[in-house]
Design a protein around this ligand. Sequence first.
Ligand SMILES: [Zn+2]
Ligand SMILES: [Zn+2]
Length: 111
Amino acid sequence: MAVQTAESRRAVNEISAKPEPVPIRKDVAPKPTCNICSCPYTETGLHTPRQIKECGRTICEQCANKLLNAKIQNRLVCPFCQKVTVVNGPAGSLPKNFALLEYSRDVVQRN
Ligand SMILES: [Zn+2]
Ligand SMILES: [Zn+2]
């Protein structure tokens, strides 16, 4: 009886797992780059991916600093959607996009 129960449970699992999601071909995906300067993002330094808080877009730290210096201090105007994010300090104080870095690392490993 115990064997039958396990067998039927496995059968149910197989049925529920049938519609398999299409796997993402990370091996052919391009490495994420900054939309402004086209430089590949790096873990630290000038091309650390920084998130523009108000719109969620990501640009590199160097470009974010340039935008901060060109306009009124503490105000970063998104070059894509013109939303203003108040930054209390340098671009380095913006949140780092860790998800993008992990994705980038994955792409590098597969290349
Ligand atoms: Zn950039
Ligand atoms: Zn934006």
